[in-house]
Design a binder for this molecule. Structure first.
Ligand code: LM2
Ligand code: CA
Length: 482
């Protein structure tokens, strides 16, 4: 369950938060496929409660009404067509799977597929679920439970959402059936929402009943789905991430917290020389890593001081470090702009999501940030793909915030977060030649629109990275030589 099964030569998953299925299919063909992306995390595809009383917040999608596949992102047929088109473009789909709970109690009770529920009686006829499928008697998770009481974290309600009992056979069957429909349609795996709030022993039963990935969609015979479990563990809680790593991969929230601290200014970059498990991060093969996610970029979930698109310079630095460094299975966030942390995606007056538009410089419009299209981010995907399987070597630092490292003869990066220029001749692991920096520009024909870096016969290169340069990074690799 720890292999994302990316197509050969690809890496990195992007979370296209609240995108519509048809738009994702087009994005696979037009952008993600051609730029070497490995996969996409999509928003929950199953019917959710429509919450007009809060002006259709993004979080209504974490309130399941049924397992019918009708949401603001599209219907089942559009979902299936997206999976087919993305797989054809070499890009895998991973489903955000909300199986810990059903909707909370609201004054409104109609879902995106037209179904409704009788909250007081725990009755969700469109699944169907009834009273016996939920943990009973009802209790609500209190802040103090996280320190003391694993039992309550698993069996009480998270944010008042009706808590399913995954220990019962009926609930297991409904969840397994729901997930297997996706595997049949050709998805490559799942994000398990709120995994911390479910018992590992129940999740194990569910995972073991899943089909192998569909060979008709290009997966090897016998491949198990990639599963990454959302467990927020910054230490000191009754539930630990270590209970989940024996099952499948786990989201590592320390990763983004530490890199945000380093690139945001709270810690010196030179300390990153031993980045990885020595920083208290998960073992490489267990971890799904990211800088920000849809929760913490708006202070939900783990919250905290996390870099996002709102602070583009340090954010691009942190992302470049994540993608250049071999540690972890990286995920990118692709956002919509918001002022209010509850606000849903760009929508019209009827609540329909408005598609992104695309500008001639490849950026997005209509309220979409599209971090995955930023040149400095998209071109680092190719860096990661070219450097795949190589070692981490030639670490250099100046004793504070200027650092550099090389990737086994394939790529080299340097960062300058100091308030003075970096001007140094550094040893790289690359063959002699002229390389085009993929951060400051791109290669057009034989010409480089950004900085060109020349590596001599001794493997050394003069690196200059001004304190006031537009970006704090230089990255070169063997795929962009001139
Ligand atoms: C997650 N991971 O474990 C998601 O990443 C996170 O986005 C979800 O919370 C959460 N679990 C449940 O799936 C979000 C959001 C909450 C929101 C819930 C449910 O962060 O604020 O709770 O989705 O929509 C909302 C209200 C809350 C209310 C609750 C129940 O904010 O005040 O509780 O709905 O109706 C009374
Ligand atoms: Ca639970």
């Amino acid at each position: 369950y720890k292999n994302p099964h990316y197509a050969p030569g690809r890496s990195t998953m992007v979370h296209l938060f609240e995108w519509k299925w048809n738009d994702i299919a087009a994005e696979c063909e037009n952008w993600l496929g051609p730029h070497g992306y490995g996969g996409i995390q999509v928003s929950p595809p199953n019917e959710n409660l429509v919450i007009w009383s809060k002006r259709r917040p993004w979080w209504e999608r974490y309130q399941p009404m049924s397992y019918q596949l009708t949401t603001r992102s599209g219907n089942e047929q559009q979902f299936a067509s997206m999976v087919r088109r993305c797989n054809n473009a070499g890009v895998r789909i991973y489903v955000d799977t909300v199986i810990n709970h059903m909707t909370g109690t609201w004054s409104e009770n109609v879902g995106t597929g037209g179904n409704s529920a009788d909250f007081n009686n725990f009755h969700y006829p469109a699944v169907p679920y009834g009273r016996n499928d939920f943990n009973w008697p009802e209790c609500k998770i209190q802040e103090s439970d996280y320190r003391c009481c694993a039992n309550r974290v698993r069996n009480c309600q998270l944010s008042n959402l009706k808590d399913l009992n995954q220990g019962t056979e009926h609930v297991r069957q409904m969840i397994v059936g729901f997930m297997n429909r996706f595997i049949h349609m050709g998805v490559a795996g799942f994000r398990i929402d709120a995994a911390k709030h479910m018992w590992p022993r129940d999740l194990r039963v569910i995972y073991n009943r899943l089909y192998n990935l569909n060979t008709a969609h290009g997966f090897p015979a016998g491949a198990r789905p990639y599963i990454f479990q959302e467990v927020i563990d910054l230490g000191g809680e009754a539930v630990s991430r270590d209970e989940y790593t024996p099952l499948a991969a786990v989201t590592d929230f320390k990763f983004g917290m530490e890199l945000s601290r380093a690139f945001g200014g709270g810690n010196q970059l030179r300390y990153l020389h031993n980045w990885g498990p020595q920083w208290g991060l998960l073992a490489h093969s267990d971890s799904l890593v990211f800088i920000d996610n849809h929760d913490n970029q708006r202070s939900h979930g783990a919250g905290g001081n996390i870099l996002t698109h709102r602070e583009p310079r340090p954010y691009k630095g942190a992302i470049a470090f994540m993608l250049a460094h071999p540690y972890g299975e990286p995920q990118l966030m692709s956002s919509f702009f918001f002022h209010n942390t509850e606000a849903g995606p760009p929508m019209d007056n009827s609540g329909n999501i408005i598609s992104p538009s695309f500008n001639t410089d490849n950026s997005c419009g209509n309220g979409w940030v599209c971090e995955h299209r930023w040149r400095q981010i998209a071109q680092m995907i190719q860096f990661r793909n070219v450097a795949a399987g190589t070692t981490f070597n030639n670490w250099w630092d100046n004793g504070s915030n200027q650092i550099a490292f090389c990737r086994g003869g394939q790529g080299f990066v340097a960062f300058n977060k100091d308030s003075w220029d970096l001007n140094a001749t550094l040893q790289t692991c690359l063959p002699a030649g002229r390389y085009c920096d993929v951060i400051s520009g791109f290669k057009r024909g034989n010409c480089c629109t950004g900085k060109t870096i020349t590596i001599g016969n001794d493997g050394r290169a003069h690196i200059s990275l001004g304190a006031n340069d537009y970006d704090m990074v230089i990255a070169i690799h063997r795929g962009e030589q001139s």
